[in-house]
Design a protein around this ligand. Structure first.
Ligand SMILES: [Zn+2]
Length: 344
């Protein structure tokens, strides 16, 4: 079968690899749709490594085509999505429900084979842990390829206790920033302000529910936030969906006392900041972060899509056959696209 394989730093290719063979304790999934994530791009650009010869991809969905003799929970034809974290299920974090923080955590597409391939075979542990989740009939494979990113936004907003009365600032209007807009609106926040340098993306942000947008390339970011704050009383929660360290220092100045700043995005080697800690102290600010999601939040993401309350398909701008994966990575790198799908 064809698969996108990581070989060494900055070196990936679409290869012919062994198709998985039936295992008594696992299943085989025909991958129907897989999405490219910022992490995949970092690997593509050589900014981040992965295990040698691993099949990339951690955002995908598919149909069960083979069920091992010891597996009772699945049938051929089941439509599924994959919670892409391998956890031991027994460490303190797993027992508290935070399998995304498992001390023995492994991630699909980085440490173990992922879904940029024609077929995906979860490890038997993944099947036992319940990390292969069935999809309701009204959730399409393409929508389901976005479940993992949506679940991470659920985690982001839950960690910030986002809800009624909040005024939130989202830094970045890429796919993750836009998902923050969609979900924050759904969760009833008062005002959503989005900042990005790409005007087309800001247009989409407004369409999806952002009350105000800022383009720091065209106007002074801090002045604009201060001006807007006079209208609605200030920003109390800010989320970085792009790994730009300098923004954190600016956010310390513009956020309300007792506000929260969350690092949703990671960054490369330059993601280092020399911030004035007194600003955190004297305003009682919270600097926090979120990464990945719990299985429970992944389930919530399935329910959110099934509710049909918002159109996540709007974020899918391009689709490529699997063999054109490298072109898809290039396109996604140039910021011309939002979510780019590979259709094996
Ligand atoms: Zn664990």
């Amino acid at each position: 079968m064809k698969a996108v394989v990581f070989h060494s730093l900055g070196k990936i290719s679409v290869d012919e690899v062994q198709t998985p063979l039936s295992l008594d304790d696992s299943i085989i999934v025909k991958v129907k749709a897989a999405a490219i994530c910022a992490t995949d791009l970092r690997i593509f650009k050589g900014e981040r490594s992965a295990k040698e010869n691993v099949i990339m991809g951690h955002e995908f969905s598919g149909e069960v085509v083979n069920v091992g003799s010891n597996v009772k929970d699945f049938m051929v034809g089941d439509r599924v999505a994959v919670y892409p974290i391998l956890a031991d299920g027994k460490c303190d974090f797993c027992l508290k429900g935070f399998r995304n923080r498992c001390v023995n955590r492994k991630t699909l597409g980085i440490d173990v084979n992922g879904g940029f391939s024609e077929f995906f075979q979860p490890t038997p542990e993944m099947v036992k842990l319940g990390h292969i989740m069935k999809l309701p009939e009204n959730v399409s494979f393409e929508e389901a390829a976005l479940l993992e990113p949506i679940s991470t936004v659920v985690n982001s907003l839950e960690r910030l206790n986002v809800g009624l009365g909040d005024n939130i600032l989202v830094i970045g209007a890429g796919p993750m920033g836009l998902l923050h807009v969609m979900l924050a609106k759904y969760m009833g926040v008062s005002n959503i302000i989005v900042s990005d340098y790409v005007e087309e993306r800001l247009n989409v942000a407004r369409e999806l529910g952002a009350n105000y947008t800022i383009n720091p390339g065209q106007e002074d970011f801090i002045l604009k936030v201060k001006e807007l704050s006079k209208v609605f009383g200030g920003i109390n929660k800010a989320i970085l969906t792009v790994g730009v360290a300098d923004v954190v220092g600016q956010l310390l100045d513009i956020i309300q006392p007792q506000g929260m700043i969350s690092l949703f995005a990671g960054g490369g080697k330059t993601f280092i900041s020399n911030i004035d800690l007194n600003k955190i102290h004297y305003k009682e600010l919270v600097l926090t972060a979120s990464q990945n999601a719990t299985p429970e939040q992944f389930k919530k993401a399935i329910q959110l899509i099934a509710s049909k309350r918002f159109n996540v398909g709007k974020l899918i701008t391009h689709k490529f056959p699997l063999e054109d994966a490298l072109n898809a990575f290039n396109l996604r790198s140039e910021l011309k696209a939002l979510k780019v799908l590979l259709l094996p």
